[in-house]
Design a protein around this ligand. Structure first.
Ligand code: ZN
Ligand code: ZN
Length: 353
């Protein structure tokens, strides 16, 4: 049995589950290696059973040779009921749809109890192994090449969309499978929206441009934000930029194995509070990155996660002035037994074009 399935078996034991149904595709990939777009994995005592449809007959054999494949037609609930035991507790991921749950409840044998679970596999995925860390480092390299390669087109007159397309293209040239998410290029007043996209606005002199980008490499992602100023920073903007950088370095300074994620968020918030900017930092400090762009751990005031060696996550303090401008800087950190390693440090923070 793979280490990942062994760890899952432990979690299933703790949750008193006889069988566990994995429906979230990133979790399927993590546990089995299968990358198709339709799959449910049933983990019980023997080899995991992987249910998929006829399109993936060949792929499932190649990518997930340790699974027992079941190629089904029609309704997945009926196929699932056919591979479940007659009795026992069957865990399912709480993110399933209401329709899926209703069909399962109707299809399973009378002796089966369906039990919702929260983040069973996501919790395991938060701690990366060496292969995952190296894939993430590759995703950082592709993203860095994309961003740096696109700087020459990041000029007054270019639209946000043109800049984003150039970053995406350069990331692909550097070996990225595709962008990790829709590249954000938010210029001028657009930068005050934390989750802006790239639009038709043309960059203008004196703009502050927020660029949030990442690449997908071997299934793993990067997520980085840099600010680019056209014509330099001055006055209020410099103060805000410095405050965000101070919040970022304060957060990095407190990172150590065993610290609560909420305490790291609180530390960044404390620095912004001192500058009277805490109310303008309206999102969490960061999030894990891996097979998904947002995953565990969550670094926010409400998080109950504890940071452990092997976790890879972002720190992204941001301050936003509605309709005027925003500043966010986002680094990715690998926590090791010795402390934090900022794996995005090579991409210059102070960008002026
Ligand atoms: Zn980001
Ligand atoms: Zn992020």
């Amino acid at each position: 049995m793979s280490k990942r399935l062994e760890n899952l078996a432990e979690e299933m034991h703790k949750g008193r589950l006889d069988v566990f149904m994995v429906t979230r595709l990133p979790n399927v990939r993590y546990l089995t290696g299968f990358t198709g777009s339709n799959a449910v994995v049933v983990v019980g005592r023997g080899a995991p059973v992987l249910l998929t449809d006829g399109r993936y007959r060949e792929q499932v054999a190649r990518e997930a040779p340790s699974c027992e494949p079941v190629i089904y037609r029609g309704e997945v609930a009926a196929a699932l009921a056919g591979v479940l035991p007659d009795s026992g507790t069957v865990g399912f991921e709480e993110s399933v749809s209401f329709a899926f749950h209703s069909r399962m409840a109707a299809a399973v044998p009378a002796g089966v109890v369906l039990k919702p679970t929260e983040s069973l596999v996501e919790g395991l995925r938060a701690v990366k192994d060496a292969g995952e860390v190296s894939a993430i480092r590759g995703a950082v390299r592709c993203a860095a090449a994309g961003f740096e390669g696109a700087l020459p087109v990041l000029r007054a007159g270019a639209t946000e969309h043109e800049v984003a397309s150039e970053i995406d293209y350069r990331m692909a040239l550097a070996g990225a499978e595709r962008p990790a998410f829709d590249t954000i290029v938010a210029s001028g007043p657009d930068s005050s929206m934390p989750h802006a996209t790239a639009g038709s606005r043309a960059l203008a002199g004196n703009d502050l441009v927020m660029v949030d980008f990442g690449a997908l490499n071997e299934g793993y992602r990067s997520d980085i934000t840099r600010m680019v100023s056209l014509g330099g920073l001055s006055g209020h903007r410099t103060e805000v930029f410095d405050a965000v950088l101070d919040a970022l370095s304060a957060a990095i300074d407190v990172l150590e194995p065993g610290i609560r994620a909420s305490a790291v968020d609180a530390e960044a918030r404390r620095v912004l509070e001192e500058r009277g900017l805490a109310e303008r930092f309206e999102h969490g400090l960061g999030h894990g990155v891996g097979l998904e762009a947002h995953e565990k751990p969550s670094l926010s005031l409400l998080s109950r996660d504890v940071l452990e060696p092997g976790m890879v996550f972002t720190l992204e303090p941001g301050v936003y002035f509605e309709g005027e401008f925003g500043v966010r800087v986002e680094e990715m950190v690998l926590l090791t037994g010795e402390g934090p390693e900022v794996i995005t440090r090579g991409i210059a923070i102070e960008q002026q074009v």
